[in-house]
Design a protein around this ligand. Structure first.
Ligand SMILES: Nc1nc2c(ncn2[C@@H]2O[C@H](COP(=O)(O)OP(=O)(O)O)[C@@H](O)[C@H]2O)c(=O)[nH]1
Ligand SMILES: [Mg+2]
Length: 286
C-alpha cells in the first residue's frame, strides 16, 4: 500500500498510532518529534476531523550509506488527539502501512483496551484489510503506574501473542523508540516482501534513534518539543469514486493550507494503483 515516488526515489509509508483515549498516543508522537532535528522531520500538523483532531508529521529515513539503487523511506506518523469516532479513525487508517497499538496498563482500562483492538479489527475489515497483513506492534504503556496490570495478563486479554509487544513509559520516553524501531523493521520486511528495494534498517533515522536513546534508556532531549502544530483545514467538497475507462478514480480528503488546495487522487486499475495530488492555488482577487 506504500506510496512510491520514483522521481525522488522515495517510498512513503503511513504509520498510525491507535488505541483507547488517554493511553498515550499523543505522548508517543511528542517524544519521537522532540528527539529529531528539523532536517529529519516535517512540520507537525493538526487537522480538525468530524469529532477529533488528527496530529501528523513525517520523518525521513535517509540513506547516506546505502546503495544508490535503493529507495529511502519517509514515514508519515498519524494519530487522533481525542477519543475519535469510527468515522474519524476510518479516515486516519486509510492506506495504513503499519500500526502501533498503544495499550494502557491501568487495570481500570483493560476493557477499553480490548474494545479498542476490536474496533481496529472491525475498521480494517470494513475496507477489506486485516491485522494479519499489516505490521503491528503493541505497546504496553504506563508501566510506571503502581498496580499496573501484569504484562502476561495484558497480552492474554488483547489476544496479542502473535504480535510484537514493547513495554513503555511514554511520559519519560522509555520504550518509545523501541516501539517505533520495532515497527519500522517490520514495515521494511513487509515492503521487501512486496518486491521493493528499500534501504535497510541501518538508515540514518534508525541509527540516530539508537544513538540518542542508547539501549532502551530514557531520552536525552535533542530537538525541540512539538509546540503548537500548524492547523490545516479540510475543504468542503463532495468526494466519491468514479470509474473512467476501467480505472477507478477516487478523490481523497481535500486539504486546504495557506491558500492552496491539495486533492489526493488514487487511480486504481485491477490490483495496481497510483496516487496523485492535484494542487490548486486559491486567491481571493480572481
Ligand atoms: N503514568 C503515565 N502516564 C502517561 C504515560 N504516557 C502518557 N501518560 C499520560 O496519560 C495522559 C494521556 O496521554 P495522551 O498522550 O494524551 O493519550 P492519548 O489520548 O492516547 O493521545 C496524559 O496525562 C499523559 O501525560 C505513562 O507512560 N505513564
Ligand atoms: Mg491527549
Amino acid at each position: 500500500m506504500a506510496l512510491i515516488n520514483h522521481i525522488k526515489q522515495e517510498i512513503n509509508a503511513k504509520i498510525v498510532y491507535f488505541g483507547p483515549g488517554m493511553a498515550g498516543k499523543e505522548t508517543n508522537l511528542q517524544q519521537v518529534f522532540s528527539q529529531l532535528q528539523e532536517k529529519e522531520r516535517g512540520k507537525p500538523k493538526l487537522m480538525e476531523l468530524h469529532d477529533a483532531r488528527m496530529l501528523f508529521f513525517d520523518i525521513l529515513s535517509a540513506s547516506a550509506d546505502s546503495a544508490p539503487s535503493s529507495y529511502s523511506l519517509r514515514y508519515h506518523l498519524y494519530t487522533l488527539l481525542d477519543d475519535g469516532s469510527s468515522t474519524s479513525w476510518r479516515m486516519v487508517l486509510k492506506g495504513v502501512d503499519g500500526i502501533v497499538f498503544v495499550a494502557d496498563s491501568d487495570p481500570a482500562r483493560m476493557e477499553a483496551n480490548s474494545d479498542s483492538i476490536r474496533q481496529l479489527k472491525e475498521l480494517l475489515e470494513e475496507v477489506g484489510r486485516s491485522l494479519r497483513e499489516i505490521p503491528m506492534v503493541i505497546q504496553l504503556n504506563k508501566r510506571d503506574l503502581p498496580g499496573a496490570s501484569p504484562v502476561g495478563d495484558m497480552i492474554g486479554m488483547l489476544n496479542a501473542d502473535t504480535f510484537r509487544t514493547v513495554s513503555a513509559v511514554a511520559r519519560s520516553g522509555e520504550g518509545v523508540v523501541d516501539t517505533l524501531g520495532t515497527l519500522l523493521k517490520l514495515i521494511q520486511i513487509d515492503l521487501r516482501q512486496q518486491g521493493l528495494n528499500v534501504t535497510d534498517s541501518t538508515g540514518m533515522f534508525e541509527k540516530k534513534i539508537s544513538d540518542i536513546f542508547g539501549s532502551g534508556q530514557g531520552p536525552s532531549p535533542a530537538g525541540v518539543p512539538i509546540g503548537a502544530p500548524e492547523e490545516v483545514k479540510t475543504a468542503h467538497l463532495e468526494t466519491h469514486g468514479q470509474t473512467v475507462l476501467g480505472h477507478v478514480v477516487e478523490l481523497g480528503e481535500p486539504l486546504l493550507e495557506n491558500g492552496v488546495v491539495r486533492l489526493p487522487l488514487t487511480v486504481t486499475c485491477g490490483d495496481r494503483y497510483q496516487r496523485f495530488t492535484v494542487t490548486v492555488s486559491v486567491s481571493l482577487d480572481g
